[in-house]
Ligand binder design. Structure first.
Ligand code: NAP
Length: 192
């Protein structure tokens, strides 16, 4: 099973879901981080080189595969793959539980190629410094304990590929009872 997991934050000023601001996550959510760890532990995580660098380390208890086109890029603590297909070929040697964990470039490619079997999307809303009022929980919107106090610099914002998100959202959405996670799966599409 190939999963894609992402936490997205709604940024109302540009009506976008963003996944990063200035190289950092645009939200803080220990709950979401704990969920991420629980879900991905024991499996294989595939990530872009920039995400690896923001983490500053390989994620423990998981096989890490880092994507880079740079032939000089090597790591002693993780596998390196030169493209997504190579990563997906390596991954099953370690676990059948495969997680594409970002960042923006990797999400975009995976979604455009329709690679994931299942999407785990945490949708966050928070207070933005430049917004006059705290966003209320909208209809059908899942609220995390996200608090945002920085103003994103537009050209440094990494956005989730919204067109594909809407596509998946329309087709595959399913909401968990605990109101913390949306699971979207092709399997559930078959029974809709
Ligand atoms: N909100 C979330 O859930 C979430 C999750 C993960 C990351 N993030 C954030 O996302 C940001 C990083 O995203 P990003 O889009 O800038 O970068 P990224 O996707 O993490 O990494 C991009 C790099 O990965 C390599 N790469 C990407 N696709 C490849 C392919 N098909 N084949 C080979 N190499 C490939 C390239 O490395 P080389 O340049 O070395 O060739 C590329 O420059 C960070 O700020 C991070 O905090 C957010």
């Amino acid at each position: 099973m190939i999963n894609l997991i992402a936490a997205i934050t709604y940024y109302p000023k540009s009506d976008q879901f963003i996944i990063a601001v200035n190289g950092q996550l645009p939200h803080e959510s220990p709950e979401d981080m704990a969920r991420f760890t629980k879900l991905t532990s024991g499996g294989v995580v595939i990530m872009g080189r920039k995400t690896y660098e923001t983490l500053g380390q390989a994620l423990p208890d998981r096989t890490n595969i880092i994507l880079s086109r740079d032939p000089m890029f090597h790591l002693s603590n993780a596998r390196v793959a030169r493209n997504l297909e190579e990563a997906l070929k390596i991954a099953p040697k370690y676990s059948s539980d495969i997680w594409i964990i970002g960042g923006g470039q990797v999400y975009k490619e995976a979604l455009e190629k329709d690679i994931p079997d299942r999407l785990y999307i945490s949708e966050m809303r928070g207070h933005w410094e430049d917004d006059s009022e705290i966003l209320s929980q909208g209809e059908g919107v899942l609220l995390f304990t996200a608090v945002e106090v920085r103003h994103p610099v537009q050209d440094q914002v990494v956005t989730f590929p919204r067109v594909n998100w809407e596509y998946y959202k329309a087709l595959y959405i399913d909401q968990c009872d605990d109101h913390t996670l949306k699971i979207l799966s092709k399997t559930s599409l078959n029974v809709l």
